[in-house]
Design a protein around this ligand. Structure first.
Ligand code: PMP
Length: 456
């Protein structure tokens, strides 16, 4: 279909009349209409009203290589011509998925040597839930069913993945399955108080042990965590937190699962945050940066302990999706991994743009409505506050964040607000000049927000 850019409102009306978009207030969208994104190139997205917007969110934390990468387009085109589809159910496979599986086993942490594919992070996490329960049943411990996650954790939108996540608004809308527990995350900005980093790390991790004791280790299958909580507000753990967590999991024989849907594929300046933080997860969730979002694909990396049990005496695993290990998605993923390597994006983030982002954000710390800035690789957050004394948070949570986000968009940059935290997750191809531009627009948005709120 040829898109006619001159009539944005026609598309908006058509959309509002029939499209129930994800995470959307339908009354609001019917009143105002959605922004029609027509095309994208490099680090910019373009809308039907002629706006050019710097994408400081890499879509939804996923377009790691930026837009318009011809090698990914070519890989998809070529694979569609050769083999657009065949399933992997009936003792069949395809060449791209075999090659991708070997590649993922190589680049992920040691001990994660097997992979199950799905189409979204949510499906991958649902797969994990089934797999760990199946594993414990095979181990002769079928009572080990409960999974412990964290408040503000996000693991997806299916009924099970949302129940496992820690978003209470989602739980309230029928994502409240039994056998999921949640502990408080190590969110230093809110909870550290006067304790030092080591104390805070130890105390935050001890909450897991308390929960295991409360529920009974015989009933707990796994603990799941994003190494850095993304959708919850870019919550970066204090040093040592995951050392304590892993020791607790070992002590109680509980599987440790790292959801690296956001933190994978170079975002932290390492292939995976697990490598940056010294984590040895039993399983790992991957999506987003696996294909840089060009086509849908997700994966569950399965560690040797679980895989060997499934292989030895699991029998048939009654689970899978029509598009598990899709040849076109696999070919795009391989081209994407090649490109990340060719451009040296992982080390660029580690050695150049990650540290540059940290120092650029640090300059905002003195702003009157900024309570804290933090970053890790190419993930950044700025906490807005009513007053730097205390600091004091806004009573009407989310209002200042939404104002600031809207100012940024009006000035040509896509940024996200989580409560009153401003979130950035740009493509890994961002240069230091792009970071300067991003921080300039953030500064403008902060100034305008402070003016709106009468804070000087
Ligand atoms: N896990 C994490 C950490 C995520 O950030 C997301 C998506 N934002 C998901 C899982 C779910 O992925 P999807 O939206 O592809 O289902």
């Amino acid at each position: 279909m040829k898109i006619d850019n001159s009539t944005s409102s026609t598309w908006q009306q058509m959309d509002a009349a029939h499209h129930l978009a994800p995470f959307t207030d339908y009354a609001e969208i019917r009143e105002h209409g959605a922004r029609v994104i027509t095309h994208a190139d490099g680090h910019y997205i373009y809308d039907g009203d002629g706006n050019m917007i710097l994408d400081a969110m890499a879509g939804l934390w996923c377009v790691n290589v930026g837009y318009g990468q011809q090698s990914l387009v070519d890989a998809a085109t070529e694979q569609m011509r050769i083999l657009p589809y065949y399933n992997n159910f009936f003792k069949t496979t395809n060449q791209p998925v075999a090659a991708l599986s070997q590649r993922l086993a190589e680049i992920t942490p040691d001990g994660l040597n097997n992979v199950f594919y799905a189409n979204s992070g949510s499906e991958a996490n649902d797969t994990i839930i089934r797999m760990v329960r199946h594993f414990w049943a095979l181990e002769g411990k079928p009572a080990k069913r409960k999974i412990i996650g964290r408040t503000y954790g996000y693991h997806g939108s299916t009924v099970m993945a949302a129940s496992m996540g820690g978003m209470v608004d989602m739980h309230r809308q029928a994502a409240d399955q039994p056998d999921f527990e949640h502990i408080r995350p190590p969110y230093a900005f809110l909870y550290q108080g006067n304790s030092d980093e080591a104390e805070f790390a130890a105390h935050s991790a001890s909450l897991l042990e308390d929960k295991i004791v409360e529920v009974g280790a015989d009933n707990v299958a796994a603990f799941i965590a994003e190494p850095i909580q993304g959708a919850g507000g870019v919550i970066i753990p204090p040093a040592g937190y995951f050392d304590h967590i892993q020791a607790i999991c070992k002590r109680h024989d509980i599987l440790f699962i790292a959801d690296e849907v956001i933190t994978g594929f170079g975002r932290t300046g390492h292939w995976f945050a697990s490598q940056a933080m010294g984590l040895a997860p039993d399983m790992m969730t991957l999506a987003k940066g696996l294909t840089s979002g060009y086509v849908p694909m997700s994966a569950v990396m399965v560690g040797d302990r679980v895989a060997q049990r499934l292989i030895a005496d699991g029998g048939e695993f009654y689970h899978g999706f029509t598009y598990s290990g899709h040849p076109v998605a696999s070919a795009v993923a391989l081209a994407n991994l090649d490109l990340i390597e060719e451009l040296g994006l992982v080390t660029r983030v580690r050695d150049e743009t990650g540290p540059y982002l940290a120092s650029a954000l640090a300059r905002l710390a003195d702003h009157p409505i900024v309570g804290e800035v933090r970053s890790y690789g190419m993930l950044g957050a700025i906490e807005l506050v009513k007053s730097k004394d205390g600091p004091t948070l806004f009573e009407d949570v989310g209002k200042a964040g939404a104002l600031c986000r809207d100012h940024a968009i009006a000035h040509g940059m896509m940024m996200r607000a989580v409560r009153d935290g401003m979130i950035m997750s740009p493509p890994l191809t961002f240069t230091t000049q792009d970071i300067d531009k991003m921080v300039d627009i953030v500064t403008l948005a902060l100034d305008k927000t402070a003016a709106d709120l009468g804070i000087t």
